[in-house]
Design a binder for this molecule. Structure first.
Ligand code: SAH
Ligand code: SF4
Ligand code: F3S
Length: 441
């Protein structure tokens, strides 16, 4: 047998890419690759890319440019582009950057072993099909080795919603849900490997409707309740949700399923009904606020998180003020906000654009408000005792870093024996992006 080849993967974009990168590394493991965190010693470099905003896509090309030196130093180095830029741009990537050997889309990476073999034979390889077969059926079984205490698990992929700004329906394809039995089996395996927290992933995870082991349609709430039966699994989360898919039983689960954590990412994008309509969101600001009320009635201390876009085509100052008003009405513990970025092939890219200075100004105002809300929410945690899952060593010696029930990063003076375990922690201080606490166990 030849000595192990080394694989370096760099992951951009959303958590689904993080999960896919793990699975791609496993798929290439069968070809004799082991992971490295040093690109300069790699035999293959894979960039798992994101196409959601222009800047995200451009980053990939600048990164590829930087890899030129490595390829010159090691002519056997193979360079691959995976993920959503691969899907959106395909062959164009090799045209723009001839050092790329391989391009593989998010729905065809189970074919990586064959594609890799082609590059070893001196060819280039491209696969951006949306194949009939399910890649998860074709991928080899997952390893059994011990791993960190929290894991992502993709249960749903793709999107049929076609928001006017978004590339995801084009890069990830149509909505599809994995059968519940597969998800449950994968979750049990993860728990055997030391995982205590699982975050269920989907581009629209709450649109999950998979086939249950009983042959019936299972929604996300049913899946969560069954997962909660797995002994050893302590925490369940899910992301990202669409407001229109928050079904009654999923709202109820936030109140009665102890393992489901009090955190919900529920993007709204805008607080203006006119803009929501132009975005093709199919909900109003009012219907979103009513939904938030129902979720809070089920779980009063749920931490809400959101995504916002400012400067969508046609957005006026008054529309933007509606977004500010919605944010004030909801009170977010955490949020992501972006300037609208026109994406080729999406309907909104063809419309009249808001000028850049107005976008900048609105983003600053929105972020100031969201940040103030985040700080207030964090300050309100001081004095409370919350569960913290310890995941890694902290920044300072003698410290561990973990995640609270509400997904706050928490730093605590604690011994390494706590790693992988959940302990009650009394929060004593709030820093800009994290909390400090003391073990209350
Ligand atoms: N499936 C999720 C979001 C996926 S994309 C949902 O429906 O909520 C993540 C976030 O990126 C979106 O919520 C949106 O706020 C932002 N986004 C998507 N396309 C964008 C674009 N063209 N310009 C700016 N932000 C965008
Ligand atoms: Fe994109 Fe809208 Fe689908 Fe979310 S729901 S992935 S924003 S098209
Ligand atoms: Fe980006 Fe694709 Fe995720 S475009 S956000 S990596 S689904």
């Amino acid at each position: 047998m030849t000595s192990a080849k080394k694989l370096f993967i760099k992951t951009y974009g959303c958590q689904m890419n993080v999960y896919d990168s793990e699975r791609m590394a496993e798929a290439l493991g069968g070809q004799g690759y082991v992971a490295t965190d040093r690109p300069d010693e790699a035999d293959m470099i894979l960039l798992n890319t994101c196409h959601i905003r222009e800047k995200a896509a451009e980053k990939v090309y600048s990164e590829l440019g930087r890899l030129k030196g490595l390829k010159a130093a090691n002519p056997d180095l193979k360079i691959g582009v995976a993920g959503c830029v691969a899907q959106a741009e395909g062959q164009e990537i090799m045209r723009r950057q001839p050092l790329v050997d391989l391009v593989v889309g998010p729905q065809s990476y189970h074919r990586l072993p064959e594609l890799e073999a082609r590059t070893r034979a001196g060819e280039t390889a491209l696969d951006t099909d949306f194949p009939e077969e399910d890649k998860f059926d074709r991928l080899a079984g997952r390893p059994k080795a011990k791993r960190g205490p929290s894991a992502f698990l993709t249960v749903q992929e793709g999107c049929d919603k076609f928001c006017a700004f978004c590339v995801v329906p084009y890069t990830r394809g149509a909505e599809a849900s994995r059968p519940a039995a597969r998800v449950l089996a994968e979750a049990r395996d993860l728990v055997e490997r030391g995982v205590v927290e699982i975050t269920l992933l989907g581009q629209n995870v709450n649109a999950y409707h998979g086939e249950g082991p009983d042959g019936r349609d299972w929604g996300l709430a049913r899946l969560i309740r069954e997962l909660a039966e797995i002994e050893g699994l302590k925490r369940i989360r899910f992301t990202t949700s669409h407001p229109n898919d928050m079904e009654d039983d999923l709202i109820a689960a936030h109140g009665d399923c102890d393992k489901l954590m009090p955190y919900l990412h529920l993007p709204v994008q805008s607080g203006s009904d006119r803009i929501l309509k132009a975005m093709n969101r199919k909900h109003t600001a009012e219907s979103y606020l009513r939904l938030v009320e129902r979720i809070r009635a089920a779980r009063p201390d749920v931490l809400l998180s959101g995504d916002f876009i400012v400067g969508f085509p046609g957005e006026t100052e008054a529309d933007f003020e509606d977004t500010m008003a919605l944010v004030r009405a909801v009170g977010y513990g955490q949020a992501y906000s972006f300037k609208y970025s026109p994406r080729p092939g999406t309907p909104a890219a063809e419309r009249g654009q808001v000028d850049e200075a107005a976008k900048d100004d609105r983003l600053q105002r929105l972020q100031a408000l969201l940040n103030a809300q985040q700080q207030a929410e964090q300050a309100a945690m001081v004095g409370r005792t919350v569960g913290v899952l310890f995941e890694k060593a902290g920044r300072m010696a003698g410290q561990l870093a973990g995640k609270s029930d509400h997904l706050h990063a928490v730093h605590v003076a604690a011994e390494g024996e706590w790693l992988g375990r959940i302990a009650p922690v009394r929060i004593v201080e709030s820093a800009p992006n994290s909390l400090h606490g003391e073990l209350a166990a």
